[in-house]
Write a protein of this length. Sequence first.
Length: 171
Amino acid sequence: MDLDNGVIHIITNLAYDPIKGERTYVLQTPKTPKSKRFIRLPNSLIELLREHKVAQDVKKAAFGDSWFHLDMVFVGEKRDFYGEKTLNAQLKKLIRKIGLPEDIHIHSLRHTAASLLINAEIPAKVISEQLGHANTTITQDLYSHVFASSKIKAAEALEMKLLRRNNDNGE
């Protein structure tokens, strides 16, 4: 994570290892070469991550060992990684507090981000790179329903613009 330049680098994935048992996670290389990527962060998120990093550094220092060689963003209470169950439980607490639907999971945030980017008319190639997809076809197939609704919105926007222009010309 390079907060000075507003970038997070995706170079490994944390994966649950069912063979080794519950709460066992391993760092893996991402699935495809394009999965190794960097993501530009919005300024508001950079500031939140700076604050979070200070708290995490305090937690790491309290553990007093060199286990944290990876500059992890989220450190668990037992010097381990936060697993998916823990992250989802924390997200559920937040969701209840702010009144969002409780069927949202951590992975849902990825889909929400993709949908927001599509609706903001960001090119599929850029979205595909953000998500780490091997190619734009994967992105377009996974989010075809969102792209379709965006096309409808685009057509409606054009129609509104044309109608406004015709009305402005006295037609």
